[in-house]
Design a protein around this ligand. Sequence first.
Ligand SMILES: NC(=O)c1ccc[n+]([C@@H]2O[C@H](COP(=O)([O-])OP(=O)(O)OC[C@H]3O[C@@H](n4cnc5c(N)ncnc54)[C@H](OP(=O)(O)O)[C@@H]3O)[C@@H](O)[C@H]2O)c1
Length: 329
Amino acid sequence: MADTEMEYTYLGETGLEVSKLCLGCMNFGSGEPWMMNDAEASVEVIHEALDLGINFLDTANVYSRGESEEIVGRAIEGRNRDRLAVASKVRFPMGEGPNESGLSRKHIIDQVHASLDRLGLEYLDLYQIHRWDENVPIEETLSALDHLVEEGLVRYLGASTMAAWKFSKALYTADIEDYERFTCMQPEYNAVDRHEEANLLPLCADQGIGVIPWSPLAGGFLTGKYERDEDPEEGRAAGDDYTQERFREENWEALDAIRAVADGKDATPAQVSLAWLLHKDVVDSPIIGPRSTDHLEENVAAVSVSLTDEEMERIEAPITPRWPGIGKD
Ligand SMILES: NC(=O)c1ccc[n+]([C@@H]2O[C@H](COP(=O)([O-])OP(=O)(O)OC[C@H]3O[C@@H](n4cnc5c(N)ncnc54)[C@H](OP(=O)(O)O)[C@@H]3O)[C@@H](O)[C@H]2O)c1
């Protein structure tokens, strides 16, 4: 597995070179049973990811309220900064009081400095709005983000998970007002959660927006570690509703197809699921969420798994993408 050669791509239409897998850093913190709850082991996973050629790391201020950013900061200290693409996010609450969440000019500017302090960095490569904020005009958010780029605190802007009409409004507002444009979208997207094929993905393809899918293994469902009609006793699904919500007949049928394809090529279901995403033209870099170095090594090897058109179609046949998806708002 360690022989897998990491590949790189450009993020959207930017000149930023990122590895074809991004390391998700949401697990690197504490407070929830599905997290690693072990800073040393988290640093070890990050170091191995860097050694395997991953140069793209995705964290957020809200992940364990700053703990994830601190762990990433520890892990990348002393590494070659020029090679790294470090992404963080802003929007979700960092406290319970006024001005401690959202996309106001005040909160964005406060939070970028807080994130940089925790990460020990002078700039972020990618700064993402974690969701839309209904309470703040998009012009205010865009002008604050534009200011961060002008100041050199942030290199590129991204967004995550929203109605396509809102993202479209953000893009044309930036064009009209001459603000820095979002270059990248982070949607939920995997072989069983395909609702964004009916929402954001056609817009991203048309507008040259890079796509970096979150939960590429549907919270572990697509690893094949769970079985129909069996209550999960361990793994994220044992304690987390998100993964359990994947337990639906059409998803099991997609997983059956993934397992069959995997058996035919000496690969695992997780690798075939990640390869399915990597074969989508609109996708730049799925954000993997390993909880151990074993997960990481298995997932990284997906970069060298090839799928035929027939195998892609077989995996897709059980599900018709609709937006919003089941259980989404
Ligand atoms: N923008 C957003 O709103 C948003 C939302 C969610 C996530 N994200 C980003 O996306 C990243 C990835 O999300 P995710 O953690 O949900 O990804 P995921 O890959 O769908 O699920 C990760 C979980 O699957 C299991 N797993 C992963 N690889 C495995 C393997 N090879 N074998 C067995 N089990 C394996 C682990 O859980 P267990 O070992 O506990 O079963 C792991 O915690 C996050 O770190 C974050 O950066 C963004």
